[in-house]
Design a protein around this ligand. Sequence first.
Ligand SMILES: [Zn+2]
Ligand SMILES: [Zn+2]
Ligand SMILES: [Zn+2]
Length: 141
Amino acid sequence: MAQKDDRTIKSALREKGYRLTGPRKGVADLLAKEGRPLSVQEIYEKMQKKVDLATVYRVIHLLLDLGLARKTGSPSGSALYEMEGEQHHHHIFCKECGRMEEIEGCLLSALEKELSRKKRFTITGHTLEFFGVCYDCGQKG
Ligand SMILES: [Zn+2]
Ligand SMILES: [Zn+2]
Ligand SMILES: [Zn+2]
């Protein structure tokens, strides 16, 4: 999956009058490197507490506002965040072991068009997550 590079992040921030500070770069780099959605707590822990939790929250919300990151749900109900790749996609989670896989592509564009016509909405995005039990966990039961 293609990721936004430093220059993209930097120029998106600058457009809105923000600088690419250490914490902003740190969180964006971590999310890009992991390539999977993480909770704020996980981001905080993976940054070895170099950045405090409140700062992680602030950076995440800034990245969301700028459209650089996206929010997804999870089986535990806590919000997860990942960098917005070039390719829109969805996730499937195992409720037993927490494994997550990406679902390439999206089948919802026809539905989006229909909703936008019916509801007279300009739809700018959607989230959709699948939860269940993976094959390996199913075998254990
Ligand atoms: Zn993803
Ligand atoms: Zn599993
Ligand atoms: Zn979709």
